[in-house]
Design a protein around this ligand. Structure first.
Ligand code: FAD
Ligand code: NAD
Length: 466
């Protein structure tokens, strides 16, 4: 039986980053992954493949719609879905190989198989018909999540699909229904809309991306409608059926009337659920809550103190960078350090075009908390850089405390919002005021000037360029 300081179950961004940090801190580390490749959902069927297809489809969209305005004449452009998927597979495989390299570099032992907890100091690994057991001082559960669905919309993975199948399409659908106007629905919807698919989104809430600031959902909805998206908000899906060559969806509209929609595919994107099947949690008395999440304390310890859980399998947003921070947190906590995660400042990005990015609280959340706030905004179209690149859509919104001027939330929809948001994260980590941001010199011409201008607007309602 092999002996380890730490055994990690699951090699997604939570698990593999935890493994690296544990190894850096001198722990003898093992990581177990049931699939052949490392990297979990994020690298194999999540962040990386979706962003790869978003980039490919954006090139196609620009060539079709924007090149001629730039003075580039291209004719007879065709989308080659087979090549797009092949390139995506190559990017995924290179990225997964990168994680394998990092495991070797840090002397981390990688085991392929299904890991399960036997008792608080032993983990069993089963693969095919073989099994072995590791003896370990600590365990980190980093088993992630899988697609969720509700009654009547169970994916058959043929025409009623999840994000995993949508990332491996063999054809460009003529029409795709998407259940859920959240981040997966809108990102993957964008991929296919740009390739010519007619997209219809059925969303339960009264807006798309309902958890984000309402200005963002309103603006994004406008842009996507121009791209051809059709939204059925406040609609309750009753049933989806694969009828052979198409799908049939029945939903109840705002007036409780039945509507029927048809398409060649239906993507179910109504959230993800924590994955704990076959982990042996009962053997150590660890229970899950009503959402299926493993309960942890502030140190990310389960009810069995030497067993920790991180990432999608516990509470909080299901984001790769959140899982990574938690992986580092646990490694440092076990080694006796006093790590800290500021959950309020985990940035959130939707990789549509324009991108949507946010950090901190939304306007509605702050109002509900009874905070006195002031809001500064700046339209992207007023930026010279935006006109130069023809990416003029969007707005920047900075919310600050009326009393102290401290920045409480930043919400951006616009080109490169995913990168721009980091200025706000850094500022908020240092508890900057809107005036602090307004007085910092920003390079010209850049999109970042919009942040300075929105901060000026929030501080003294005195933007310079509008
Ligand atoms: P996972 O990445 O899910 O990894 C868990 C791993 O554990 C898996 O490899 C699984 O096979 C393994 N495992 C499970 N049980 C066992 C067992 N018993 N034994 C051995 N191995 C086991 N997040 C972002 O931040 N940015 C994005 O752009 C983004 N895009 C996304 C796009 C899509 C389409 C999807 C589906 C998700 C996206 N996410 C994104 C979310 C992100 O992928 C997850 O938040 C992240 O992967 C969670 O990491 P994790 O380590 O907790 O779990
Ligand atoms: P989500 O929570 O973002 O969106 C799900 C949407 O489905 C919500 O708008 C919700 O109101 C709606 N919905 C729920 N039940 C419904 C029903 N019965 N009928 C119609 N609509 C319904 O979830 P997702 O898009 O599936 O993504 C899952 C997770 O993956 C998210 O938590 C997200 O954090 C993560 N993810 C992140 C990124 C990124 O960071 N860019 C990209 C993809 C996925």
């Amino acid at each position: 039986m092999s002996n380890y300081d730490i055994t990690i179950i699951g090699s997604g961004p939570g698990g593999y980053v935890a493994a690296i940090r544990c190894a850096q801190l001198g722990m003898k580390t093992a990581i177990i992954e049931k699939y052949k490749t490392l990297g979990g959902t994020c690298l194999n069927v999540g962040c990386i493949p979706s962003k790869t297809l978003l980039d490919s489809s954006e090139h196609f969209h620009n060539a079709n719609n924007n090149f001629s305005e730039h003075g580039i004449d291209v004719k007879g452009i065709k989308a080659n879905i087979k090549q797009m998927i092949q390139r995506k597979d190559k990017v995924v495989s290179q990225t997964c190989d990168g994680v394998k390299f990092l495991m070797e570099k840090n002397n981390i032992d990688v085991y392929t198989g299904i890991g399960s907890i036997v008792d608080k100091n032993s983990v069993k690994i089963e693969q095919n018909n073989t099994q072995q057991t590791l003896n370990t001082k600590n365990i980190i559960i980093a088993t992630g999540s899988k697609p969720n669905f509700f009654p009547g919309m169970k994916p058959d993975k043929k025409r009623i699909i999840t994000s995993t199948e949508a990332l491996n399409m063999k054809e460009i659908p003529k029409k795709m229904l998407i259940i859920g106007g959240g981040v997966i629905g809108l990102e993957l919807g964008s991929v296919f809309a740009r390739l010519g698919t007619q997209i219809e989104v059925v969303e339960f809430a009264n807006t798309i991306i309902p958890s984000m600031d309402k200005t963002m959902s309103k603006e994004l909805s406008k842009v996507l409608k121009k791209e051809g998206f059709k939204f059925y908000t406040k609609h309750k899906v009753q049933k989806v059926t694969n009828t052979g060559k198409e799908v049939n969806l029945i939903a109840l509209n705002k007036k409780n009337e039945e509507i029927s929609l048809k398409a060649d595919y239906c993507l179910v994107a109504v959230g993800r659920k924590p994955f704990t099947e076959g982990l042996g949690l009962k053997n150590v008395g660890i229970s899950t809550n009503e959402k299926g999440q493993i309960d942890v304390n502030d140190n990310l310890q389960t009810s069995t103190p030497n067993i920790y859980a991180i990432g999608d399998v516990i509470r909080g947003t299901m984001l790769a960078h959140k899982a990574e921070e938690e992986g580092v947190f646990v490694a440092e906590f076990i080694s006796g350090q006093k790590p800290h995660i500021n959950y309020n400042l985990i940035p959130n990005v939707v990789y549509t075009w324009p991108e949507v990015a946010s950090v901190g609280k939304t306007e509605d959340e702050l109002i509900a908390e009874g905070r006195e706030i002031k809001i500064g905004t700046f339209p992207i179209k007023a930026l010279g850089r935006a006109r130069a690149s023809m990416d003029i859509m969007g707005t920047i919104k900075i919310i600050a405390s009326k009393k102290t001027d401290e920045i409480l939330g930043v919400h951006i929809i616009g080109a490169r919002a995913a990168d721009l948001i980091m200025e706000a994260v850094v500022a908020m980590e240092f508890r900057a005021s809107a005036e602090d941001l307004a007085r910092i010199c920003h390079p010209h011409p850049t999109y970042s000037e919009g942040i300075k201008e929105a901060a000026l607007d929030a501080t003294e309602s005195r933007p310079l360029h509008i």
